[in-house]
Design a protein around this ligand. Sequence first.
Ligand code: GDP
Ligand code: IMO
Ligand code: MG
Length: 434
Amino acid sequence: MKNIIILGSQWGDEGKGKIVDLFSEPFDIVARYQGGHNAGHTVFIGERRYVLKLIPSGILRPGKIAVIGNGLVVDPAALLKEIDALEAGGVAVEGNLFISDRAHVLFPAHRMMERMSEGREGRVSIGTTSRGIGPCYEDKIARRGIRVADLLDRESFPAQYRALMEEKVEIARTFGIDEGLDLAAIRDQYEVFAARIRPMVCDTALFLNQAIANGKRVLFEGAQGTMLDIDHGTYPFVTSSSASAGGACTGTGVPPTRIQGIVGVSKAYITRVGGGPFPTEALDGAGELIRQRGNEFGAVTGRPRRCGWFDAPLLRYTAAINGFDSLVVTKLDVLDDFETIPVCTGYRSAGKPVDGMPALVSAVSSLQPVYECLPGWRSSTFGFSSWEQLPARAKDYLAFLESHIGVEVGCVSTGPERTQTILRRGSRLEDLLS
Ligand code: GDP
Ligand code: IMO
Ligand code: MG
C-alpha cells in the first residue's frame, strides 16, 4: 500500500491540481499539508472547471476523503465559500472533508497586517496574494495563534480572540492605520462559521495514521512549490509554509516511514507570480508568447505570471531537497510552436560555474544561466495520451530534461483535461500508483 506526496518543483502553478485529481483514483484519502487559500488549482473535468484553493483536489472524485491537515491556515469564510461553490456544482463535500483541529485560523486582521507590511515605504514588497497567509503563520510561530480547536471552544475563544485582535489593532494604529474593523461583529461571524465547520473537525493526524494502519492509501498534496518554501525557497520571496516534501509529515502528523514515494510536478518551462529572483525569466517577446499560449495568469489574483525557460539546475536543486522518485512534466503542448527551445543547463557567476542554489537573493539575481537551444517539434501535441504519438523532437526534449535533472519523467501532460496525459509504461511512477 503505497502512500505518495505530489508537490510543486518550481514556483507554484505547475499543474498540481490536475495531476492530483488524476492520480487520486487509486487512493482513499487526499491530504493537504500546508498553505491556505493563497493556492489556486484549476481542474477541468469534461466541460466543468473547478478552482480549488483550500480543499484538496481529491474532493472532485466521488467517495474520496479530503483532509485539511494541521499545517494549513484556514480562513473559514473562504473555506465555506469554496464548499458552497463545490456543492452547488454537484460535488459532495460535507461528509467527505475532514479539517484538523490543530490547523490555524485566519482572521481579517491578518490581511490588515499584510497590507500594512506590504505597503510600508522602504520595505521590499514580496508581491503576496494579499490573503493574510504570512501574518497568520507569524502568529502560529509566535505561539499566540488561534487554532480550529480554539475557535470551537466556546469558553476560551472570546477572550483569546479579543487579546489577539486588540494587539493587532494597536500595532496598526501605531503605524497610523485604522481600518475600523468591527471586532465584535467579526467574532460573532466566526462563531457562526464555527458552528458550520464543527462536524468536519477532528484530530486528522490520528485519523490518517489509523487509516494507514487499516490499509487505506493516502496521497499528500503540496500547494505552492519548493522554490516558495519558507526554508528552501528564494527567501524572503517565498510563502510562509513548508511546501517541500518534509512539510507533508509536519503538516499532517504522518511519519516519514509511512510514505513510499515523492513525485514532483514541473512545467515544460517555468513561471513565477510575485516578486523575487528568476534566473531564466524570458523578458523578451518569448516570455509574452509563453504567457499567451500557456494562459499564464494567476488563478487567485489574476496577475500575469512571469514566464521563462526550463531551469535544469533549479530542478536539480528541488529534486535534491525533495528526493523525487519521478517527475511529471506538464504543459508540453505550450511549447508546440517554438522553432527553438532554450533550456538552462547550468549557472555561472562572475564567469565561474555555480553549484547548487545560492542563499542570497542578490546572488540568485546575478546568476547567468547557460543555455542549450534544442530544436522545437513544431507540431501539435495537444491532448496526446500515448508516448508513441509524441514527435521525436518532443521525446528528445524530455530525454534532455531527464538527463540534466537525473530523475525520470514518469508522466507528461498535454492539456488541462484528465485524458490529456501520458503515463509512461514501466516508470517508477507507474509502480508508485499501482
Ligand atoms: P497548480 O496551482 O499547480 O494546481 O496549477 P494552476 O491550476 O494554478 O495552473 C495550471 C494551469 O494549467 C491550469 O489552468 C490548468 O488547467 C492548466 N494545465 C494543467 N496541465 C496542462 C497541460 O498539460 N497543458 C495545458 N495547456 N494546460 C494545462
Ligand atoms: P499554487 O498552489 C504561485 C506566491 C505569491 C508571492 C509569494 C508569497 O496555486 O501553486 P503569500 O500570499 O503566499 O504570502 O505570497 O508566494 N504564491 C504563489 N505563487 N502559486 C501559488 O500557489 C502561490 N501561493 C503563493 O505570488 O510571490
Ligand atoms: Mg496555482
